[in-house]
Write a protein that binds this ligand. Sequence first.
Ligand code: PEP
Ligand code: MG
Length: 554
Amino acid sequence: MAARCEQRGQPASPGRAVGPLYRAGEPAEAAGPAGSGGEPRAALTAAVERAIAELRALAAKADAESAGILDFQIELLLDGELLAPALARIERGEGAALAFAAAMNERIDEVTGEAGETASETDSEADEDEEAEPDPFALRAADLRDLQHRVLDALAGRTRADFPPGAVYVGRDMPPSVFLAHDWSAGGAIALGAGSAASHVALLARARGVPMVVGLGAVPGDAGDPLLVDGTRGTACLHPDGGEMATAPAPPSPPSSAPARAPVAFPASLAPAVGGPGLFATIDTLADLDGFDPAHVDGVGLVRTEFLFTHAAEALSEERHLAVYRRLLAALGGKPVTLRLLDLGGDKALPGLAEGDPAAVLGLRGVRFLLAHPDLARIQARALMRAAALGPLSVLLPMVTVPAELEAMALLFEEEAARLARQGVEARLPPLGIMVEVPAAALTLDLFPQAAFFSVGTNDLMQYLAAAARDNPAVAPLCAGAETAMFRLLDHICASARALGRPVSLCGDLAARPEAAGRLRALGFDGLSVPPGQIEAVRAALAGAAPNSPPGRG
Ligand code: PEP
Ligand code: MG
């Protein structure tokens, strides 16, 4: 019998789960981007070759029917006609991923009869029933989409390996895209050798109720060994004994602290108290909609749209964006929804478009990335403006540093609005606000009169203020130590926003800390946006912090 062994790390997402150990597959990650020489034509050709090799390997193990489908896909990839439009785009100067994704989107539109982007077609068809392509074209379109994803993954140097449902993921760190691609409904947990409780993947784990521990160092054990993760205490236990197992719950599928539509003590219209900030939900994935009752919040204060799409092909499809935004607006039933433009770069990767590069937290990230890739920004802008015609939608720009970035993005929206108008597509220019998460912007809000509103991202603001990476546990104490600097800056931000007459809310993790609610209320924030699992705790804290609050209310 194997020895029981407990390791201590830091808690990153509460809850306990036990499951078979899955060690993150270094071989796939070490493969590197296909055709990594940087020349787009060679990169695309190499990615296609890699995709063909993957499909052949799959076909060799498949039953006759599946092998037939895979062979059909291989034939499509071998057919030069499929690649020609992408190569033509590359000749015109586009990057490999954008060129391939856009050319495939056009091909898929041809197959499904959606080409030509006539207003009435695009507006009325691609919504509630986005899978409603007619047979047999739907099958062909599905093959093309599948190939599109596979080649884009190959371009990004990833294989689409997932890990078994219910397993405990063990690795040095975990890319958000791997978290998002996995089905957590069967339970499971995350045990990381390094990582940080402030990382994006930790935010996702907390929102989804997946237990997670970081900073464990080397985690022993073989694939399949039972591993218990206690995300509340920050421990991992290999081969837990009977006692440990008895206290570990069955698969923790629902968010551990989410109210799951439980009735709350008083309606949102009363919450938290007269004059206090509004309470909004933060959404990372559509699954988060199940974690709160829209009737009991004032709206959605932040949608991290970069987490809504797991493949470049999805992020490059205007119809896909629109379908997701429609669902969000419908779920909120007329309450305001603030969507943030794709905040790609840094650790937020989208295979084929933005590769995970921690160094990029000081580089091409957020609005910088989008302005460098205007084709992508235009796709999202058009979808947002079409959705804005359907409900109260606002748009947030991530990582803004100087007013010129807001001006450039506002111009891009205006140009696309004019294009939609020419095409007769119903659309509305939404209010554009900025994330306040770069110190240079935080100190100069008076220079941003063009911003309709402000939303403070304390996660990034703290890392840039303290020069301490949010995903590096070695410098985490500096972030805690710099809290005085942070609150002074928050005071300045609120005063500047008031002077400009613009609403200011806070959507970083600080908003979700009940013990901070009183100070944030006193600073005069108009809104707090928090993950679904924290809404009730923050509501109670705000009510308790209200001047003359009746004892026990909430
Ligand atoms: C933030 O930086 O506080 C924020 C809300 O954005 P993200 O965590 O997605 O970077
Ligand atoms: Mg941020």
